[in-house]
Design a protein around this ligand. Structure first.
Ligand code: PEP
Ligand code: MN
Length: 443
């Protein structure tokens, strides 16, 4: 029997991946302050995203979720944010035009500051320090001061989330996101590749259609002057999530620090604190589904997180790796179907395809990413299921973190502009190429 849920009932469970704050009084003080600040989102927006996800589950829309592995405080600047937003909007345009389907845009953004780690400590030579857990918890520099968890960083992260969301809202409400102004949509530093030529053709034909429609029914296309853009993050740091959880009278509890949350592959155990926290909020919840997930466990987890079997509530984000997907996915899809569970399936082709180069850099190969995406579409189709979304780690910058792609990056190219302190991201050009591939697969 499910126990009574409260925003803090997770505290009675084992919570993995939490920092150890040295000063409990300072932590409590910060959380109180955090809870008193104005919310970032509204219950109406969250419900609107849920309605969009219902459409994606029904095959009438496709979810494009993407952004940094972990946002950094330094990247909270206009240029980086503009580029991130731009690449996501441009990718969505490719999907809409290519696959003739609505796209639900969700950033890993405005709150994606905490990282699960494989070890609690990092050792360099004789020195051992707490590992870096993301800018909301500690700092990447290798000193005790920088690695000691500091609750104040939650406030700094919340402020940056607010600034990021403010910027997103301004840009997506008009001007920048207005399809009547294709000059905002150029490909900047992307090379002259078949992909970029395809993109230019797409933009030209879109511009033509809009001009035509404006002649036929002037002023009717105001919808094209703005785009919807939602936010999401890994609900990892549970004190933070709890502080942002508000009761909306009859509607229930909402995490108003974002629109959607997901549970990571390392924190999704059935009796654990993360599942306990997420089961009580009305936000759409994603669950990362990795290689250790069994069909029985998955069905049980769905029962806990979505007991009313509501469409739009739960997104299963599978991430097996190109080599494992055919072995792992079919049994899970079969079990979910037999149990009659309503879920949206999404594919994260990043986290099962990470490896280290000879020099120790974390990277991913573009070919592996593509192979997992194609596999995912194919397997769902074979099983009479449907892939309704994609979950990517990407940036709008010209970084060199993943190998392959249109620029044919090799391992020796990676050091040229490798910026991520966590997982490697697709760069601008690689991301656009993935969008064309997705559009092709969706047709
Ligand atoms: C992530 O999305 O950055 C992540 C750590 O993924 P996963 O939980 O799937 O390993
Ligand atoms: Mn990651």
């Amino acid at each position: 029997m499910a126990q009574q849920w409260q925003p803090d009932s997770w505290q009675n469970r084992t919570a993995r991946q939490q920092p150890k704050y040295p000063d409990p009084a300072a932590l409590a003080e910060t959380l109180k302050r955090l809870a008193s600040l104005p919310a970032l989102t509204t219950a109406w927006e969250v419900d609107r995203l849920r309605a969009e996800l219902v459409q994606a589950a029904d095959g009438r829309a496709f979810v494009l979720q993407g952004g940094d592995c972990s946002e950094s405080f330094d990247d909270c600047n206009s240029t980086a944010m503009l580029r991130k937003l731009k690449v996501l909007i441009q990718m969505s345009l490719v999907l809409i035009a290519g696959a003739r389907k609505r796209v639900v845009r969700i950033g890993r953004i405005a709150g994606q500051y905490a990282k699960p780690r494989s070890s609690d400590v990092e050792r360099r030579g004789e020195v051992e320090l707490p590992c870096y857990r993301g800018d909301i918890i500690n700092r990447p520099g290798f000193t005790l001061a920088e690695r000691t968890p500091d609750p104040q960083l939650m406030l700094r992260a919340f402020e940056r989330s607010a600034m990021t969301l403010n910027f997103i809202r301004a840009l997506s409400e008009g001007g920048f996101a207005d399809l009547h102004h294709p000059e905002n949509w150029d490909l900047e530093f992307v090379r002259n590749t078949p992909g970029s030529r395809r993109y230019q053709q797409l933009l030209d034909s879109l511009t033509d259609s809009i001009r035509f429609m404006e002649v036929v029914s002037p002023g009717e296309l105001h919808q094209l002057r703005r785009v919807d853009f939602f936010t999401s993050h890994d609900a990892l740091l549970l004190h933070y999530e709890q502080a942002l959880t508000k009761s909306e009278r009859q509607r229930g509890w909402y995490n108003l620090g974002t629109h959607m949350v997901w549970i990571g592959d390392r924190t999704r155990e059935l009796g654990g604190a993360h599942v306990e926290y997420c089961r009580g909020i009305r936000n759409p919840v994603g669950v990362k589904v990795g290689n250790s997930m069994t069909p029985e466990e998955l069905v049980e987890l769905i029962g806990i997180l979505n007991p009313e079997n509501e469409s739009g509530r739960l997104t299963l984000i599978h991430r097996f790796g190109a080599e494992k997907i055919r072995e792992r996915l079919p049994a899970l899809v079969g079990a979910v179907r037999s149990a009659g569970c309503k879920v949206l399936w999404s594919c994260d082709p990043m986290h099962g395809n990470t490896h280290a180069t000879r020099s120790g850099l974390k990277t991913r190969s573009f070919d592996d990413i593509i192979s997992e995406i194609i596999g995912a579409f194919r397997i769902h189709k074979e099983l009479g299921s449907r892939l309704g979304g994609i979950h990517l780690e990407l940036t709008g910058e010209d970084v060199t973190e993943c190998t392959g792609g249109p620029g044919n990056l090799t391992e020796s190219d990676l050091s040229r502009d490798y910026r991520s302190t966590v997982d490697p991201r697709l760069n601008y050009e690689q991301s656009m190429e993935i969008a064309f591939l997705l559009a092709e697969q969706m047709r």
